[in-house]
Design a protein around this ligand. Structure first.
Ligand code: PLP
Length: 393
């Protein structure tokens, strides 16, 4: 057995994450490692916090990047906010809502489910009925953009419902942050978590989170200690906290944070609004191209999330073989369906840096070729032509 350096292939990442990481971010991560308590690193941490406040549109002091992926951001919210015996209303319309339920259970909480079909948005009416029925619930949890189905739910409306019923809102913004409109303070969101590898286009492995004063007060007033030592924000804040002297909690992923900082700078330079617009712009071009190839988006127009496009696999087409062809022939990664949608859809991501004209056109060309390869009847070249037409108008 001989070992050698690992040189990854060059891929175009158009799945449900990770997304393409820009060369600026990769270069930032290659800079020299310094100590996690170095005054220069502390300065970088403060900048990351204010840049995250910008991205989340919040003034929340308790805004920081958790040193682990999006799933850990989810867990950080639940383990800190939920105590044994507390009721949490959880909206489930895909894979990630289901994971929230498991989190509530593992915290000893009592999940009350509001289920909506996979592929539809969370129904505000159903949520309101359940809130009226369970007046003792302490929180309402939901996924803003369900990556498993490509559906966006009305986060503003849901957060307002939570507020009206004296519940904290816990929001999964892993796929939404930086990709679609999201306003933590204006919408009154109490706890929110995201990830670096979706629309922020940084390397995977970090989870930005933010908590309102009300949420922070609930954490401070806990009767039981948080069962996770690593995620207990009361302890984490000794390192990431405000003005007090920073003390060691864990060794921060220093170079990964250089990368997050650079990706947030990119977002700031572009402007949040422009980034949201860019995602919907390229989504429209992709949609035009897919439809010209005879393909169909599975989600109703009302609630499609532009950064994740679920495409129905036509009858007679081998779903996995198309993905393999894209990867092997064009170096493009797209996603498979999850759970109930396995084998039935492809998930094409336009997240962060991946939301660009070059990727849209390449993906349509590759799909065209892959479909021809399987003998699927369609107008060759029509996909790229439709996208180019959209871009030229
Ligand atoms: C990707 C994703 C997660 C999990 O993030 P990881 O970084 O993979 O742990 C959670 N929620 C949603 C909506 C996601 O898309």
């Amino acid at each position: 057995m001989t070992y050698s350096q690992f040189i990854p292939p060059r891929r175009t990442l158009m799945g449900p994450g990770p997304s393409d990481v820009s060369i600026r971010v990769l270069h930032a991560m290659a800079r020299p490692t310094i100590g996690h308590l170095d005054p220069e690193f502390i300065r970088l941490m403060d900048e990351i916090k204010t840049l995250l406040q910008y991205a989340f549109k919040t003034k929340n002091a308790l805004t920081l990047p958790v040193s682990a992926p999006g799933s850990a951001g989810m867990e950080t919210c639940f383990v800190n906010l939920i105590e044994p015996g507390e009721k949490v209303i959880v909206c489930v319309n895909g894979v990630f809502g289901r994971r929230m339920v498991e989190n509530v259970e593992r915290c000893g909480g009592i999940p009350i489910l509001v289920e909506n079909a996979w592929g539809s948005a969370v129904s505000l009416k159903s949520v309101e009925n359940v809130l009226n029925e369970h007046t003792d619930a302490v929180a309402l949890a939901f996924v803003h953009a369900e990556t498993s189905t490509g559906v966006v739910s009305d986060a503003k409306g849901l957060a307002a419902l939570a507020k009206n019923h004296d519940c904290l809102s816990i929001v999964d913004a892993v796929t939404s942050l930086g990709g679609i409109e999201l306003e933590v303070d204006a919408w009154g969101i109490d706890a929110i978590y995201s990830g670096t590898q979706k629309c922020l286009s940084a390397a995977p492995g970090i989870s930005p989170v933010s908590f309102s004063e009300k949420a922070a007060a609930k954490i401070q007033a806990r009767k039981h200690p948080v069962q996770s030592w690593f995620m207990d924000l009361n302890l984490v804040m000794g390192y990431w906290g405000g003005d007090a002297k920073r003390t060691y909690h864990h060794t921060a992923p220093v170079n990964a944070l250089y990368g997050l900082h650079e990706s947030l700078l990119l977002l700031k330079e572009e402007g949040l609004q422009s980034a949201w617009l860019r995602h919907s712009y390229h989504h429209e071009a992709l949609k035009a191209g897919l439809e010209a190839l005879g393909l169909e988006l599975t989600v109703d127009e009302c609630c499609r999330t532009p950064q994740l496009n679920a495409v129905r696999v036509p009858d007679g087409v081998d779903e996995a073989a198309i993905r393999a062809y894209l990867l092997n022939t064009f170096n493009i990664e797209i996603g498979a369906g999850l759970g109930a949608l396995a084998g039935k859809v492809w998930r094409i991501g336009l997240m962060g840096q991946s939301a660009c004209r070059e990727n849209v056109v390449l993906c349509l060309e590759a799909l065209d070729s892959a479909l021809s390869h399987q003998g699927y009847q369609h107008k060759a070249g029509a996909g790229v032509a439709a996208a180019e037409l959209y871009y030229s108008n």
